[in-house]
Write a protein that binds this ligand. Structure first.
Ligand SMILES: [Zn+2]
Length: 182
């Protein structure tokens, strides 16, 4: 059997992640580059020069004096948690193949239940928004699919019938091969 390239694709190990985003400064640098890839740009006047107000972590435009923060307008805004915690949450959620519960996230990060649930909700909302802008085209292959919800106790015959019904709604074909089971 040929090696499945997707299953063996290179991932990001926790060690590599912590090496890149282990400190608040690392996370701020990354966020700055993502937010202003061509350098700072004042959201008010577009000026590229700024002073950094160290006491309040704000960027002040030299032209119009407008002050903005790195996290304003992002999911990190109005959160008291450090960026390292947010980045780690993003790492755990995106690396989990079959989802991560809020309680598990809480245990992994050592934060409150409420904070964990809010983080998870915000991160997943952003992930959904990004996915919604992409349309699947041509051949779509599914592997290791997890459908949510508690498994119903049904007879083998009914389960088989339900599976076939679902698969018949979205047939996937490639050349002479027809994939009817995932
Ligand atoms: Zn300005």
């Amino acid at each position: 059997m040929p090696k499945n390239k997707i299953q063996f694709q290179k991932g990001l190990s926790l060690q590599s992640f912590l090496h890149s985003y282990g400190t608040e400064e690392d996370c701020r640098d990354r966020l700055f580059k993502m937010r202003w890839p061509s350098g700072f740009s004042c959201p008010q006047c577009g000026c590229s020069r700024y002073y950094f107000v160290t006491t309040r972590n704000l960027y002040q435009c030299t032209m119009c004096k407008h002050q903005t923060s790195l996290i304003s307008g992002t999911i990190f805004e109005s959160s008291k948690l450090p960026l390292t915690t947010w980045f780690l949450a993003i790492y755990f959620i995106t690396q989990s193949k079959d989802g991560l519960s809020g309680l598990h996230l809480r245990r992994l990060l050592g934060i409150s239940v409420n904070a964990a649930f809010k983080m998870k909700q915000k991160i997943q909302h952003v992930m959904k928004s990004a996915d919604d802008s992409l349309r699947l085209e041509n051949l779509v292959e599914l592997d290791d699919v997890y459908w949510g919800g508690k498994k119903k106790v049904v007879s083998e015959a009914v389960e088989h019938q339900e599976k076939l019904h679902f698969l018949q709604q979205s047939p996937i074909t490639r050349k002479d091969t027809q994939y009817t089971c995932v």
